[in-house]
Design a protein around this ligand. Structure first.
Ligand SMILES: [Ca+2]
Length: 306
């Protein structure tokens, strides 16, 4: 998908021409124009990444100055490279992971430090597992196109029940009151944990444009974090408005990137340790799981130093 439109290129050319003229002006204006040009370029490149992750035809604002965050690796842990990670969470000192694919879907309890699978429940081969969430002692697991969600006892993995829904199932998390579910579109659904009934929904947007392919989810300090499928970006979403308040760029986290040999091996899996304030991320069939911290990428100082 070509995400940079002719309008973007025209805009960049206009700035370039203007910059050439301004180069003959006072040095202060030269610096300001140069900074503006670099900021615009960064914005367009960033926008292109967002657009590439979306199914929309750009019709609204083509520039966004939504804050961008980068990361620092705190720790690296083993991860089952056969796990097609579709759901990840951390509860009471343990990782819980939902895996996908027909004949390979499961829900697991995993020891963080060793990556050892301590307990596992396999889905029947007709089901493609997706996102997971925990509410009290109940573990929920979505399926992709089977349109059912399974519930289990969190400790024993004993099946408890089945809910049905009408969309695809992608990501799932819990905000303390409601389940939050993605279906691959820009929409997030809020559901009643007791009945799975839809209580509300929001459309996720950045700079007024919808952001599609929202995948694995995690509720962190009042925000919904969402992997954008097939990208290295995580959207930080205000659950009240649907607005993207920040983008986390996890490029090059897993190097060499397994996607080079496996196009499905993309970033997917966010887990938040509410007690220890630790953030974990991994990907489908990645051999490692990372604890990371994110920090705001400050464009302006970079521009002034360049
Ligand atoms: Ca998660």
């Amino acid at each position: 998908m070509c995400a940079i439109t002719s309008a973007h290129l025209t805009l960049l050319r206009v700035v370039d021409v203007a910059q050439q003229r301004v180069r003959r002006s006072a040095s202060v204006f030269k610096l300001l124009w140069r900074a503006a040009g670099i900021l615009l370029t960064l914005s367009v490149v960033r926008y292109a990444a967002v657009a590439a992750a979306s199914d929309f035809t750009p019709t609204g604002p083509s520039i966004t100055l939504t804050p961008v965050y980068t990361y620092r690796i705190i720790a690296t842990y083993p991860h089952d490279p056969s796990a097609f990670t579709q759901g990840l969470l951390f509860a009471e000192g343990m990782l819980y992971e939902g895996t996908g694919w027909y004949g390979a879907s499961s829900v697991r309890r995993v020891e963080l430090t060793s990556g050892t699978v301590l307990q596992q429940h396999n889905l029947d081969a007709e089901y493609f597992g997706e996102g997971i969430a925990v509410v009290s002692d109940t573990l929920y697991q979505l399926t992709w196109q089977n349109r059912v969600a399974f519930t289990y006892d969190k400790t024993s993995f004993r099946p408890l029940g089945v809910f049905s829904y009408t969309t695809e199932g992608w990501g799932l998390t819990y905000d303390g009151q409601r389940l939050i579910m993605s279906d691959g579109s820009p929409v997030l659904y809020f559901r009643d944990p007791a009945t799975f009934a839809v209580l509300g929904q929001i459309t996720v947007t950045d700079a007024g444009l919808p952001v599609a392919r929202l995948n694995e989810l995690e509720y962190i300090n009042g925000e919904v974090w969402a992997n954008v499928w097939m990208t290295d970006w995580i959207a930080r979403i205000d659950p009240a408005s649907g607005r993207v308040t920040g983008w986390v760029d996890l490029s090059h986290l897993m190097a060499p990137h397994p996607r080079l040999s496996d196009p499905d091996a993309v970033l997917n899996g966010i887990a938040w340790d509410e007690v220890g304030k630790r953030l974990f991320v991994t990907g489908k069939r990645w051999p490692a799981l990372f604890e990371i911290e994110v920090r705001r990428l400050l464009f302006l100082p970079l521009v002034l130093r360049s």
